[in-house]
Design a protein around this ligand. Structure first.
Ligand code: DON
Length: 315
């Protein structure tokens, strides 16, 4: 942990409020994703932030209670669930290296024989969805994913946005190409449409910053759900998921995110980012405008400000 600053609860509330104020007024907000039509309709002026401390104290600012499409942030929860199903066998089908490529890139799959670089690029998450499908019907796998996220957040009203899931299926030619290509190498075991159905529905989970920060607490707390004391994953697995978030959570912008923020983080094209401060806090930010790498422009800046003022970088 970097040079940590001694913070009271009211200091932290003030910091979160200041950051939201600054972000609300920021002129350069990036561009919302346009390739999934319902995402293009979201108001780019939105900004929300939620910080949940290890003792459960919750700091909210801006649009922290408004739900948005968590998109690729779901890849963290899907990976956690799939590791629970098949354990470390999963790593025979998915790598653990940063890709250095765009989130939906296909190039590496040819010379790496259909094994995606990591579980947080689309190709890797599609293999994870194939594992979640297992012997189930897609709607059972989707139901399991939804129940899991509700358990992590401790809230029952989290839903999947049907409009987003349908729009992704209607426009997901590249994901279909990735899945078909991996199937040709034997690394997708089910019909491509069934596997993609699980993947698209996970991406279409709608959550607020507050719910997302709640759902990330097990990664802050060594694999335990602090509110119930229930173990979700071993401490080793939580550490490893955090390591993957640090190295691969922002695609070809992962190095830049580690440089600027220095926390395990996972972004989504809906403009959300989940960031983990191990032992200290679970943080979620949302601003729909994206930078050129597909990561939330102001979300990243807000997290950069947070670590500047708290000393929470892991470095
Ligand atoms: O597969 C897609 O295109 C989306 N459902 C998820 C992509 C995503 O969030 C990438 N993130 N930055």
């Amino acid at each position: 942990m970097g040079a940590e600053i001694d913070l009271s609860t009211s200091d932290l509330s003030g910091i979160v409020a200041d950051i939201a104020e600054e972000m609300k007024a920021a002129p350069d907000r990036g561009t919302p994703a346009a390739y999934i039509p319902p995402l293009a309709k979201v108001d780019p002026a939105k900004f929300g932030m939620a910080v949940i401390e290890a003792d459960g104290t919750c700091h909210l600012a801006g649009d922290a209670e408004e739900t948005f499409s968590i998109q690729s942030i779901s890849k963290v929860f899907a990976l956690t669930l799939a590791l629970g199903h098949v354990g470390d066998q999963l790593w025979k089908r998915v790598g653990r290296e940063p890709s250095g490529s765009a989130f939906n890139s296909i190039v590496q799959l040819e010379f790496e024989h259909g094994i995606p670089r990591n579980p947080f690029i689309n190709a890797g998450a599609i293999v994870v969805a194939d594992i979640l499908l297992g012997r189930n019907e897609p709607r059972e796998a989707i139901g399991e994913m939804l129940r899991f996220v509700r358990t992590l957040a401790g809230e029952d009203d989290i839903v999947i946005d049907r409009e987003v899931a349908d729009a992704e299926a209607a426009t997901g030619y590249r994901n279909a190409a990735l899945a078909s290509y991996m199937r040709s190498f034997g690394n997708i075991h089910h019909d491509v449409e069934r596997t993609l159905g699980v993947y698209f529905h996970a991406c279409a989970l709608a959550m607020s910053c507050r719910q997302l920060a709640l759902a990330g607490r097990y990664l802050m707390a060594g694999g335990m759900l602090p509110s119930t004391g229930r173990r979700i994953v071993s401490a080793q697995r939580a550490r490893r998921i955090n390591a993957l978030m640090m190295t691969c959570g922002h695609y070809d912008g992962s190095g830049e995110f580690a440089f600027r923020v220095g926390l395990p983080g996972k972004s989504g094209v809906g403009g959300g980012i989940l960031a983990i401060v191990p032992g200290r806090a679970s943080v979620a930010v949302w601003s729909p405008g994206l930078n050129e790498r597909g990561n939330s422009q102001l979300g990243t800046l807000a997290l950069e400000r947070l670590v500047q003022r708290t000393g929470w970088s892991v470095f």
